[in-house]
Design a protein around this ligand. Structure first.
Ligand code: MN
Length: 227
């Protein structure tokens, strides 16, 4: 008989608004440059690029304040619609992709932009720019059974009450069912997988003491303080 040398790391769980149920997280997939105006501000051509993905570790998701990370002096916010899957599969057809969605939340794809920029320049992985501790502050989920599948409506982020990011979910280049279908060709998706669906234009830096407030129509509001 074998025994663990130490207790396994705890599973990250989303609360579900108005429910005792929780959503245990398996993987966190993120799509890059999924709003044309943001792709342009990052110096990319929004027309030519097929979708590309990276991952954050499940334990980057949390529900409190955001501690300013180490080894950076340029940390950016990216507000995103979060899609939570309760059904998995490979080669999922676009037409049935939404059947795999449990619900939606709001998340911040916090980014050490200086380290990401350096990695891009050197052709290195984005890991230290994107997948650092506490890099994905999120809200609890809301079930699609209650709110439906948001396809349009405002998505915005304010810092200390001042609007910084503003867009509409209908500006997503790759829609939620397409992202699920494409991802499922590269990875076998599983219940507990999360997709962060990209951010609208206006990303920028934060400092300790800033309060970020975000909103997605039909999903809710988020408040995160930088500590
Ligand atoms: Mn992002």
């Amino acid at each position: 008989m074998t025994t663990d040398l130490f207790p396994p790391a705890p599973v990250t769980r989303f609360p579900v608004a108005g429910s005792q149920s929780t959503f245990p997280v398996r993987r966190v997939y993120c799509i890059g440059r999924n709003y044309a105006a943001h792709a342009i501000e990052m110096g990319a051509d929004p027309d030519k690029e097929p979708p590309f993905f990276f991952q954050k570790s499940p334990d980057t998701i949390h529900f409190g304040d955001f501690p300013y990370p180490t080894e950076t002096s340029d940390v950016h916010f990216e507000i995103e619609l979060v899609v939570a899957l309760s059904k998995g599969g490979s080669n999922i057809p676009v037409e049935v992709a939404l059947d795999h969605v449990y619900g939606y939340g709001i998340g911040l794809d916090m980014t050490r932009r200086d380290l990401q920029g350096e990695a891009k320049k050197l052709g290195r992985p984005w890991e230290i720019g994107k997948n650092f501790d506490h890099s994905a502050p999120c809200t609890p989920l809301r079930p699609a059974a209650e709110i439906g599948h948001p396809t349009d409506g405002a998505i915005w982020l304010k810092v200390n009450g001042e609007t910084r990011q503003e867009g509409d979910l209908n500006q997503m280049i790759w829609k939620t069912p397409e992202m699920i279908a494409i991802l499922s060709r590269y990875f076998e998706l599983m219940p507990g997988d999360i997709i962060m669906t990209g951010t609208p234009a206006g990303v920028g830096p934060i400092a300790r003491g800033d309060v970020m407030t975000g909103h997605v129509d039909g999903v809710g509001d988020l408040t995160v303080e930088v500590i």
